[in-house]
Design a protein around this ligand. Structure first.
Ligand code: PRP
Length: 207
């Protein structure tokens, strides 16, 4: 039995669609159920940011989660495959009428992704005051809380609707298949078998 942590929402649905294709049967969570058992797999329905935690601690053998979350948390897991789902960018956003003044002593930035933000500014050797927020990040520059934000950009609609623009892209992200270190050795053949099958579907949908 392999346990797979999936992030509630679109990525979980799209991953279960891949499993449905592979095994030619319907994989879907029942209403409000957090565990789904099917075909020798146990799927866990968890919060996006919690996927690496379940995998790193071995409560799940595998997980599917955005590269942005993997990078932000830096937990000890194996990154197996880019599943090409949920593609987005992590970008710096500022007000339409603003420019970033890189020579300012400390740029104030609001974000959920504190580590990615600090690393990016450190690499540029620019001082930054990071303010951690948990959502509605786009609001922060509009009310003068910060000079800029670091946030996920998918369609760009949220920034546009709020009079913000992308100043710079920090990284590209998409959902990756990850594995627990011990599971990868203890259950290697099972994991490689499903890895190959998922890769086949992912590669086919790229064409
Ligand atoms: C993300 C992000 C932006 C929005 C970007 O939030 O924080 O607000 O999506 O998408 P867009 O470029 O297509 O407008 P999400 O919906 O994931 O909710 P969250 O803030 O609760 O994480």
């Amino acid at each position: 039995m392999l346990t797979v942590a999936l992030p509630k929402g679109r990525i979980a649905d799209e991953t279960l669609e891949i499993f449905s294709k592979i095994f030619n049967t319907n994989f879907a969570f029942d209403n409000r159920k957090l565990i789904l058992e099917e075909y020798g797999f146990r799927f866990l329905n968890v919060r996006n940011q919690d996927v690496p935690t379940y995998v790193a601690h071995g409560a799940a053998d595998l997980g599917v989660v955005g590269l942005d979350v993997i990078t932000e948390q830096g937990l000890d897991i194996i990154d197996l495959l880019d599943m090409q789902l949920g593609k987005c960018r992590v970008s710096i956003g500022i007000k339409n009428e603003d420019d970033i003044n890189w020579s300012r002593p400390n740029i104030k930035v609001a974000t959920k992704m504190v580590n990615i933000t600090k690393d990016y500014f450190a690499k540029k050797a620019v001082g930054v005051d990071v303010i951690k927020l948990y959502g509605s990040i786009e609001l922060a520059p509009l009310v003068g809380l910060v000079d800029a934000i670091v946030d996920i950009v998918d369609t760009g609609a949220t920034m546009k609707e709020n009079g913000l623009k992308v100043a710079e892209d920090i990284m590209y992200s998409s959902a990756h298949l990850i594995a627990n270190n011990n599971s990868f050795y203890a259950k290697k053949s099972e994991i490689l078998s499903i890895y190959e099958k998922i890769k086949f579907v992912v590669d086919k949908s790229k064409i």
